[in-house]
Write a protein that binds this ligand. Sequence first.
Ligand code: GDP
Length: 371
Amino acid sequence: MARFFLGRAHYTPEMPEIGLVGLPNVGKSTLFNALTAAGAEVSNYPFTTIEGNVGVVPVPDPRLGRLAAALTPDEVVPAMLRVVDVAGLVEGASRGEGLGNRFLGELRAVDGLAHVLRCFEDGNVAHVLGRVDPVADARLVETELLLADLELLQGAIEKRRKAWQTEPREHAVERQRWERWLALLEAGEALRRGGPSAEEVREQKALGLLTGRPLLYVANVGETRIAPPEALAGRLGAPVVAITARLEGELAELEPEERAEMSTALDLGASGLERFAEAAFELLGLVRFYTVAHGKLRAWAVPRDTPAPQAAGRVHGDMEAGFIRAQVAGWEEVVEVGSLHALQTDGRLRVEGRSYAVRDGDVVEFLFRAP
Ligand code: GDP
């Protein structure tokens, strides 16, 4: 059995980060724990919690498992996702009531938001507002985030006003941009609705603005499934992933064989955690490619359309600088044939140059000139 490696060494700044938001008692911590338990299971290292409720979660990846079974490497390293679980947002948080500022500060660095909605009925678990109504909850949390952004942006604008007046030309772009954002927020629209460019997203992130980040909803449907996610998706205007956080957490604690049995018995299909991770990757526009070298099979996450040299650079700086070409096969072919070498012998390994954009599921061997 291949060794799955996960440790502090795999903490890298380019690791994608998702923040869990939502009202208290909707299942955020339960989801976080399920993700980390699933992570601990593929790791023989102590699970990485960077601080408090920030976890590094290996992205559940059935393809990686299939590749590992076919290639029998010594080590398997999955792609990682950083997940931040902040304390539940309460009404009034944007005005510094309750957990406001700490909450918003912790979310500053996230690339995307996963908004957990309580869809389960359970008389033993209090709902902060006394009723299960995921659409109303979604609106309420969105409003709090909007108000927080509005206040933050107004403050930032106030600080720049003098500079805008004394050097109008130099600051024209910034001014126009910030004022456009302000108009959106004042109209009660998330910054996301303005279709921010990549540069705008970076600037919003630097300012700590949250409503421009990509968003997905996690419908914690519980065991009773009161809110079909299809209906929710239409009403929320963002992707929705349905999970049963508590059950997922319990499954993640089981031994693999037991888990498979339970999964089949309960007819769960792909685990909710897998779907969550997939959706998070999709939301952030990330794809995964794989490398096999020195007995190590590894998954790498890069933004969609990353050219091969930059993808190589993720593996090693020298590989980008000295990039010659990439030899590529789809993961399914590798699973079918059992090695990249055998594919090459069969003439089924594609040769790709600098302009090739790495695709999701590619198994890649980079050829490069050593410096
Ligand atoms: P958070 O405040 O959003 O982090 O919520 P928690 O994860 O602490 O969950 C609040 C309560 O809801 C806990 O008692 C959980 O056991 C319970 N809970 C979470 N997910 C489910 C679920 O899928 N079904 C049921 N019945 N209860 C759940």
